[in-house]
Design a protein around this ligand. Sequence first.
Ligand SMILES: Nc1ccn([C@@H]2O[C@H](COP(=O)(O)OP(=O)(O)OP(=O)(O)O)[C@@H](O)[C@H]2O)c(=O)n1
Ligand SMILES: O=P(O)(O)OC[C@@H](O)[C@@H](O)[C@@H](O)CO
Length: 444
Amino acid sequence: MEVRHPKVQNKRTGPGRPANPGGFLDGHACKGVTCSAAHSVDFPVSVVLPAGGTGERTGLQTPKQFCSVLGRPLISYTIQAFERVPWIQRIVVAVAKESTDLMADIIRRFRHQKVQVVSGGSTRHRSICNGVMALGEDGEGMAPDGPGVVIIHDAVRPFVEEEFLQKIATAAREHGAAGAIRPLVSTVIATTSEGFLDHSLERAKYRASEMPQGFSYDVIRQAYQRCSETDFEFGTECLHLALQYCGTNAKLIEGPPTLWKVTYRKDLAAAESVIKESLSESALVITGGRASAAALAEALQKAAGALQMGLDLVPDVTAENSRYLQTESNFIQVSINDPCLSEVEALIQALEEANPAPLHPLVVIWMRVVGEDEASDSGMVAPASALVDMASAAKLHQILLYGIQIHQSKDSERRDRSVTRAAQIVRVLIRERSPALVGQLLQA
Ligand SMILES: Nc1ccn([C@@H]2O[C@H](COP(=O)(O)OP(=O)(O)OP(=O)(O)O)[C@@H](O)[C@H]2O)c(=O)n1
Ligand SMILES: O=P(O)(O)OC[C@@H](O)[C@@H](O)[C@@H](O)CO
């Protein structure tokens, strides 16, 4: 039986990196100066994630940073994006007092390790300021060789990658401040008090200020110590505070299009679609090394191939094959006439141990093959409810467990139709990851 090493299962979403024209904030326009990121970061870097807003523009009761996307709160994706970066030591999240318990529960459920929660403020600047000051309370912001760097990033911008963070942190270390920019997609105009056009700006000369932004710790702390109440109440731009109150001219670095902010309800749907698209649409079929299971797996692999879905076959995920447990792949556990759930239970346990906090929900499918004449639930030592119970427990660890039952007909055409249906069901389950079908035993 051929075992093909699975390709790296998770397609990475991510734009081609645009050439990196950067410039300096000069208050009027930015000058194109090429900059290059260091390959590693050898100075202390902390992060402040303002998450104290109410998300009014979504029209939802739940603040958008806590809205669930594929079973995980939006803010957890953002935190994870920073936690995965080895050279980031600490993440301070500023949340509204009424969300403190919810934030603590998210940290526990998704096993966030580097996170400290502080109180947000009545405005974004006040929330960020609270986070920055919290870093200084135990000298974290200062390092033996001088100030560390603080990255400030909206908690509702979940798609940020290490490479760009390196660029921002390195530029902030060198220049005192750095910020992400993107081309404007609409022209900026000024209006008269009567609501008529006063003038328009030459779009090519301007950029949209995005996040992440980076600051030498002493610059951003000083900026907040010196800024006015008007800044705190109405300001939206940290780079401006650094320039206005510290004379620090931020280095501007064009970032990828993935830096967008979730602002409206449609942005939540867009975020879910981006995350779904980045999820693996393939799976590893575990055959247990049995010839009958391998035969079915190969038929399933062929049927899936016709649906442009890649399946790879492995006998098990133990010993040297245990590395597959770390790849955030999906899994199909084939059980031939095996009435109980012991094999899939062992697989789920191994997955939980190998990857306690997967970034995205993983799909595990128990594929039970029964003889043609066998009734659906005959021989099931554990009733179907056992599948539901196991699935409920697994879901707490971001594992979505589904069941598919195939009747092995002696008629080859019926058998092929059944396998094709099974492949179609697998594809939908992996693509949609529907919570409603978790724990169900579907008939192919
Ligand atoms: N008092 C505030 C207001 C906003 N933010 C955070 O700043 C980021 C960007 O702000 P925005 O998109 O405006 O969020 P909201 O203020 O929640 O949105 P809205 O203006 O629609 O209410 C978000 O992560 C938000 O939680 C914050 O920490 N404290
Ligand atoms: O104004 P909002 O609170 O919606 O969003 C904050 C944005 O303005 C801010 O994240 C960038 O413009 C960079 O400063």
